[in-house]
Design a protein around this ligand. Structure first.
Ligand SMILES: Cc1ncc(COP(=O)(O)O)c(C=O)c1O
Length: 379
């Protein structure tokens, strides 16, 4: 069904006119566009594109980092203290922990460590894909396996791709960009069936958001006795520290040592070393962020529902929204109105991935949504 924009706006009671009084800035600093955009109070667009925690870190973390500013003329200490804290938090030995300049660095280390030229990486599609770029650049083969209709990893099809040449399997759970889960039980069976030389990297970047689902259990909190499994986490999501660049892996001692030996020296900066330690123990703040995210996500569902738009059930801080038309048109429209969402996903042509922002940012998202030209909204 096609619904006219005016009709939709009347039904929703929205459609305020864009204020002309807000100054324009050039968007040349944002990849892929030359459009002008309206400045926000912070001088940039509304960023609903990177799955950050819009609320930022806790006060205590900010205070720790502020107090650490006096140290920035010195090279950072070794990461020993931070590693010790991470080990303590998870009840593992420090030798099992590898810290990275974001968990993306750990993905790069995993490719460098476990994949040689001509070896194979098996991944889902769509998923968080920097690891596929790293693998291709290392001369490895990449086998991509579409998600199931329920947006879980298609583990049978992934298993069919796994042979003696498969150095690494990447599992993102919950998955980015779909926000969906692959059941824990299925993952365990899958891992047991993999060739003995195949390593498994489980990316738990969105772990905290999935916590209450019965289909989910972290492979750090409930480990399997398997030396091939490496689990990554990041401080970029729930902890609100994406700009700080801090992530880590937990693995058996031998693979952790292999990964660690590929790191650049001092790959974690002095503010991250200090702020990270404080952040990891901010359990009340983490719980607050989980609750707030659940509320913000529910409000997003409500708004989508009111417009008869479908979403994929999300276990993360972002939502895949079926626009009913070409994703590019919606992305373009939003960008012209100063709102960034994720780039198009080739295999999901009608969906856009929207990171949850603060309530006023999401109100602006829906206000702008309601200004969308009708041809982009077949329903
Ligand atoms: C699944 C997943 N893993 C890792 C990352 C990157 O984390 P970091 O900021 O720690 O490099 C992201 C970022 O969006 C992600 O979605």
């Amino acid at each position: 069904m096609l619904i006219s924009r005016r009709h939709l706006l009347r039904r929703l009671g929205g459609g305020a006119v864009v204020s002309a009084a807000i100054p324009l800035i050039r968007e040349s600093s944002f990849a892929g566009t030359r459009e002008s955009v309206r400045a926000t109070p912070h001088g940039g667009p509304i960023r609903l594109n990177m799955n950050e925690n819009a609320y930022g870190p806790s006060e205590r973390v900010t205070a720790t980092m502020r107090a650490s500013l006096s140290l920035v003329n010195r090279y950072p200490d070794t990461a020993g203290a931070l590693v010790g804290e991470i080990a303590g938090l998870h009840g593992v030995k420090p030798e099992q922990v590898v810290v990275g300049c974001g968990s993306t660095e750990i993905l790069r280390l995993a490719v460098a460590t476990f994949l040689g030229r001509g070896e194979k990486l098996v991944v889902a599609s769509p998923t968080f894909d920097p690891i596929t770029d790293y693998a291709r650049r290392a001369g490895a083969e990449v086998a991509t396996v579409p998600l199931t209709k329920q947006y879980a990893h298609d583990l049978d099809a992934m298993l069919a791709q796994a042979d003696a040449s498969t150095g690494l399997v990447y599992l993102c759970n919950p998955n980015n960009p779909t926000g969906s889960l692959t059941p824990r039980q299925d993952l365990e069976i899958f891992i047991r069936k993999l060739p003995p030389t195949t390593r498994v990297l489980i990316d738990e970047a969105y772990h905290h958001y999935a916590g209450t689902s019965s289909a989910y259990a972290s492979f750090i909190d409930r480990p399997v006795d398997d030396r091939r499994v490496v689990v990554t986490r990041t401080l970029s999501k729930i902890y609100g520290l994406a700009g700080l660049r801090l992530g880590y892996a937990v693995a058996a001692t031998a693979p952790a040592h292999q990964l660690s030996s590929m790191r650049s020296p001092m790959n974690v900066n002095v503010l991250a070393l200090r702020g990270g330690v404080t952040a990891l123990y901010e359990s009340e703040y983490v719980s607050l962020c989980v609750r707030r995210n659940a509320d913000d996500r529910q409000e997003f569902y409500n708004q989508a529902n009111a417009r008869m738009l479908r979403v994929i059930d999300s276990h993360t801080n972002f939502v895949m929204l079926n626009t009913g038309g070409p994703a590019e048109a919606a992305i373009d429209h939003l960008r012209k109105h100063n709102i960034l969402v994720a780039p198009p996903i080739p295999s999901m042509t009608k969906y856009i991935r929207v990171s949850l922002g603060k309530p006023h940012e999401m109100r602006e998202f829906w206000r702008v949504w309601d200004l969308m030209p009708p041809h982009t909204m077949e329903m």
